[in-house]
Design a binder for this molecule. Structure first.
Ligand SMILES: [Zn+2]
Length: 130
């Protein structure tokens, strides 16, 4: 393995982006098996070729920049998913009630105790705990 170590000297090697590209290539090759277009399976080789190219690249600064940009994007995606899960889907400041008469959805602030809600559609009044 001495020649290999010599060969890899001064080369970039693997990182998170390289790992992602290899996984992407595997996923693509599986997904594209179900796409009935001739030679489309070759598309799955593109990320793999790029991953190998980066691994043996001697332009380490450029590869580190790529990896850094990838990690930043990945972080932004994760934050977006986290917000979707905790913020947008569950409203912590408001509660939604349905008008018992007409079924209109009414949004009221949380934590106000028992309040009388007036329906904005039919004017029906009902008391709910918030
Ligand atoms: Zn109503």
């Amino acid at each position: 393995m001495n020649w290999f170590r010599k060969f890899m000297m001064g080369r970039y090697g693997g990182d998170q982006l390289g790992m992602f590209l290899i996984i992407l290539s595997i996923v693509l090759s599986i997904v594209l098996m179900f796409v009935p277009v001739a030679f489309i399976g070759w598309l799955s080789w593109i990320p793999l070729v790029f991953a190998v190219y980066r691994m043996f690249s001697k332009n380490i600064t450029r590869r580190q920049q790529e990896n850094f940009a990838y990690l930043r994007k990945w972080g932004a995606i994760k934050t977006w998913f986290w917000k979707l899960k905790s913020g947008t889907l569950v409203d912590k400041t408001h509660k939604t009630f349905k008008c018992p008469k007409c079924g209109q959805k009414l949004r009221v602030p949380r934590g106000k105790g028992k309040i009388s809600i007036t329906c904005s559609k039919c004017g029906n009044k009902f008391v709910k705990k918030t």
